[in-house]
Design a protein around this ligand. Structure first.
Ligand code: ADP
Length: 499
């Protein structure tokens, strides 16, 4: 009995995202006890450049942590462990002694190294894909680090003397939260730097030479569930152990309990992120998907296939703010149901080109099938359906690449609250879509990792037993109708494409 009384009751999950930081306190049943969120400034020094102030990142994390703990009405002794999940690829370089960053954080969206990456694509695409599973792009950290070393006065000389450290946001947070005590990252974050060999599970010497990055700048790499070290007592009042770290998409995959080969999840946010666990097999994609690493507690991390849709929920923002056909995103559901069918209308929201499996940067958006009978409802419905078609294209590509037949798609993200969208997705895929009760899957994934590694939860089974089923959408469309709609989509995509 005494054991129960003194047992820590909660897990703190810190979710450091692209536009905001959140702290979530989870209880033993994996339910949210308290949550706090704070947005911070996006810095655009030039067209296409995106930065964050490291002070803003830290300040918002400290503020939401304090707020969530206060809202939960708990003491630091009540927190068994801390989990961290973060915007991936975003790059920081700081002084190894003082912790002072030498430059702002260069955000994953920042295109400042796009020229260099276009060159690399011509000369080193194969070797980079072989080693890292990635297609050379300015998203990934490698060229951002190089940019800092090449452009910040003295940075390269200092880095070569071992005076500077590099980290993605997880590493920076751990270093700051431990006052320099922890300099580490996890496989899921390391895999997005374009410097980490996902087969040997080591920083790759050849790539470090290619990008002229000194090895001494790089953190140690561990599984996502790992006892990384303790937060400094000033953070929570007493030291608390950090036991789980994963990049946001892989954290969501774990939060959805996609721990077996063939499990996959889609996050419907501004864009969509589809990730499939492929177990111990590093699947090579013939459709331009990237191969990366997933979260694990012990041993080798699972391989993951990843693809993204550039314009997902953003098409609903366009219907609302651009066309003014709806006044809120929620309204799209009601109007779509009112339309009964798409009236032959298809929208291909290739506003910034088409990604996997088409890879056509010059493609632009199209609306096809307009007649005198087309209504606003048809257009809105075509907008929602376009999200599902794009995800369907990605799922099909993944199925082909992995040789796995998908029977269930776990879903989350802002647009996943739209029941019409999820039913249409199930119909068009011909497989079940499943929305969990807690859609905070990113924070939950980091909490699961921290909770399992610290012994707060004994096993995945214990967690699974506590998960309350959310809503499951079962396909109910006839095969003929499905074929007809997919055929219409294919024709619309052809019209949008330039290659
Ligand atoms: P992000 O993390 O990318 O900022 P969120 O997960 O918060 O995105 O989701 C926001 C996106 O979801 C927006 O693009 C918005 O248009 C869309 N969205 C929100 N609610 C709905 C809804 N009920 N139906 C369709 N889309 C929605």
């Amino acid at each position: 009995m005494w054991y129960n009384l003194t047992m820590s009751k909660y897990i703190l999950s810190i979710d450091q995202g692209t536009t905001s930081s959140r702290a979530v306190i989870f209880n033993r049943r994996g339910r949210i006890k308290a949550i706090a969120q704070q947005e911070f400034k996006q810095i655009y020094p030039q067209a296409g450049w995106v930065e964050h102030s490291p002070q803003d990142i830290m300040g918002s994390v400290m503020a939401v942590t304090a707020e969530a703990v206060a809202r939960a009405g708990i003491l630091c002794e009540d927190i068994k462990a801390v989990g961290i999940t973060n915007q991936r690829e975003t790059t920081l370089v700081w002084d190894a002694k003082t912790g002072k960053p030498v430059y702002n954080a260069i955000v994953w969206q920042c295109r400042r190294t796009a020229g260099l990456c276009a060159e690399l694509k011509k000369t080193h695409a194969d070797i980079i894909y072989e080693k890292t599973g990635l297609i050379p792009d300015a998203y990934f950290s490698a060229t951002k680090i190089k940019w800092i070393l090449d452009n910040v006065p003295n940075a390269r000389a200092r880095a070569e003397r071992g005076e500077l450290l590099f980290g993605t946001v997880d590493t920076f947070l751990m270093w700051q939260l431990s006052k320099g005590g922890i300099f580490a990252t996890d496989y899921t974050n390391a895999a997005r730097t374009m410097l980490f060999n996902i087969h040997t599970l080591e920083w790759d010497e050849e790539l470090l030479k290619l990008f002229l990055i000194p090895r001494a700048m790089l953190p140690e790499v561990y599984p996502s569930g790992h006892k990384f070290g303790y937060t400094h007592k000033s953070v929570l009042g007493a030291p608390v152990e950090i036991c789980g770290v994963a990049g946001d998409q892989q954290a969501a995959l774990f939060g959805q309990l996609c721990t077996e080969a063939g499990d996959l999840k889609n996050t419907y946010g501004t864009g969509c992120f589809l990730l499939m666990n492929t177990g111990d097999k590093a699947v090579k994609s013939r459709n331009g998907l990237v191969t990366t690493l997933g979260a694990t507690l012990t041993g080798r991390p699972p391989y993951v296939l990843e693809g993204s849709v550039f314009v997902g929920g953003a098409v609903i923002q366009w219907l609302r703010d651009g066309l003014k056909l709806i006044s809120s995103a929620d309204e799209s559901e009601k109007l779509s149901l009112k339309a009964k069918d798409n009236g032959g209308v298809y929208i291909v929201p290739a506003f910034t080109g088409l990604g996997a499996p088409y890879w056509d940067a010059d493609a632009r958006g199209t609306v096809t099938g307009l007649t005198r009978g087309t209504t606003a409802e048809h257009i809105v419905r075509a907008g929602l359906e376009s999200i599902a078609y794009q995800v369907c294209d990605l799922v099909c590509a993944m199925q082909k690449d992995a040789g796995i037949n998908v029977t269930r798609l776990a879903v989350d993200g802002g647009a996943s609250k739209n029941n019409f969208l999820l039913q249409f997705q199930a119909d068009i895929l011909g497989c079940v879509t499943a929305r969990p009760e807690t859609v905070e899957t990113t924070a939950l994934g980091a909490a699961y990792l921290a909770g399992l590694c610290s012994g707060y939860w004994k096993s995945l089974e214990e967690i699974k037993n506590n998960v309350r089923a959310g809503k499951v959408f079962t396909p109910c469309m006839t095969e003929d109708m499905r074929k007809k709609l997919l055929d219409g989509w294919e024709k619309a995509v052809k019209k949008a494409r330039t290659v």
